[in-house]
Design a protein around this ligand. Structure first.
Ligand code: 5GP
Length: 187
């Protein structure tokens, strides 16, 4: 595999929490699990992988290449933090799916479940559209911040209460392209 470029900004603003290699390994495991679970279902109804914009796109791109089934991709935009790092608890759809999901198997792919408000709202909303099934895959979970109980069917990593960045996650819309998950060190 071609190596990622070294992030050699000085001073480096982030400490590495989860390496690119560890993410790649876990993503492959999740893809294999999803393949095994959905293999019996494919054919009768579409399996739609729904990426939550924008944070899930890097994870989703890697994950779907480890799902050895002809899945459909779609995306949904949700407002959560804006440019702040504090959850408002107010959630709204800013960009809807391109097609109805009625009668189709839906796997929602998120970057992180933090308070749980965003994903709780999203799952509730999608359930009203009568999919054949609805499951959640999240790269990260921060249980210390949980305010809503959301079952995560496929989880990458449980992390402590840190503000993380990279591999799709941003700081003021930047650093989503960092190949690893880092965290901002508090002074
Ligand atoms: P929740 O509604 O679960 O509190 O937050 C969900 C969204 O907030 C995530 O999809 C993500 O966009 C953002 N978020 C939560 N925690 C973090 C974090 O540690 N770092 C970054 N960059 N975004 C986060």
């Amino acid at each position: 595999m071609t190596a990622f470029p070294h992030w050699n900004r000085t001073p480096d603003p982030f400490r590495e929490l989860i390496s690119a290699d560890a993410i790649a390994q876990r993503t492959a495991e999740l893809g294999a699990k999803i393949t095994a679970d959905y293999q019996p279902l494919i054919g009768a109804a579409d399996v739609v992988v729904v990426g939550v914009l924008k944070g899930s796109v890097v994870f989703l791109a890697d994950l779907v290449r480890h799902i050895a089934l002809p899945v459909v991709l779609d995306f949904i935009g949700i407002s959560s933090y804006g440019d702040s790092t504090v959850s408002s608890g107010v959630v709204q759809i800013t960009q809807d799916l391109s097609r109805p999901v009625e009668g189709r198997h839906v796997i929602v792919v998120e970057d992180i479940v933090d308070t749980g408000h965003t994903v709780a709202y999203l799952l509730q909303n999608l359930a009203t559209r009568r999919p054949a099934s609805l499951r959640l895959c999240s790269l990260l979970h921060k249980p210390a911040r949980s305010e809503r109980q959301v079952p995560i069917d496929y989880l990458g990593f449980t992390i402590e209460n840190l503000f993380v960045v990279g591999y799709g996650l941003d700081v003021s819309q930047k650093y989503r392209n960092l190949p690893f998950i880092g965290y901002v060190e508090q002074p």
